[in-house]
Design a protein around this ligand. Sequence first.
Ligand SMILES: Cc1ncc(COP(=O)(O)O)c(C=O)c1O
Length: 354
Amino acid sequence: MKEILWDIPDIGEEEKNAVIDAISNNNIGANGPNIKKLENEINLKFGVKHTVAVCNGTMALIAGLMALKEYLGKEIKIAVPSFSFIASANACSLVGEAILIDCDLKTWNINKSNLPDNIDAIMPVDVGGLPVDYDDILSLGLPVIADSAEAAGGKYKNSYIGSQADIHCFSLHRAKIITSGEGGLITTNNTELYDIISSIINHGYKKDRKPWEYKHNRLGMNCRMTDIAAAIARVQLKKLDFYVNERKKKADIYKKNLPKSVIFQEINENSSHPYFFFGILIKKDIDEICQKALNEKIYFKTWAPAHKQGHFYGKMGKFPNTDLISSSLLLLPIHNKISENEILQVCEFLDKNL
Ligand SMILES: Cc1ncc(COP(=O)(O)O)c(C=O)c1O
């Protein structure tokens, strides 16, 4: 029986040729033309003023938070959902103080009612790609840096995600809807933040330094994307709408064919889900089901929230919704290459075993 993997990137001839082209022109570092071109193409596609391409989504979050901290001119406490991939909470803890918060039982995202007092900024996460209700979050008037790592191609009120919050951070990891192998993007409409971010991701360089100078304005890192990665990302970006439309059809096949007992992530009315992941809540033991599926070469994933993991374990608060969701959540395969037949096989497996 053929394996049904959780993630397979869709890399073809066009990506290969773009890489060969970059290498043939000696553009193996962050020196080539593809990076600027990618940033401009993202600006146009996502309807945002500035994009900074970086080496991965985690560094996008860290650099974005460092820039926000400098912009606000103080130490920052950031509200961040426990229910996310660990990078969201880690980034907040590395740059400021992470205040873990619970999520909504239906959308699995955070909303205004989850937020405590005494925070300086909010990091909402578009969980699985589903955009949070940005109007609701922004109505508090606090700075918002969104972890949109999974949300490329998602829309809020018919606009692509990327321009709603003060800063959005995306991942182009190999499992994501579009990929550059490893890679990330930071988008913002705020030119001051853009200038700070551009400097932080490149050793804190002074903006208007002369080409022969090594002059640095602030603490910085090397989070630069390579031209090779940008070349791949540019090809993938052209396919973003196609991938998202296909993923929506695949999600519909799941919704029609899964047993009636499973619970789906509820989509708020202003958000369009690009389906980075397709999650279901089940009543059976999730580890047992994952092991049974693995025996049949079907790969599922589960998500442990931050407050149940090493660094954050037991440190703060109660998270009843997060506990309920994460203890019954199965993430089903929904990558760009999965066929209808494979999805039906997954449904058949779950029909037999739930
Ligand atoms: C919600 C979320 N945040 C952050 C990241 C980190 O991105 P990366 O793996 O590109 O560092 C990911 C993806 O892995 C993610 O899913």
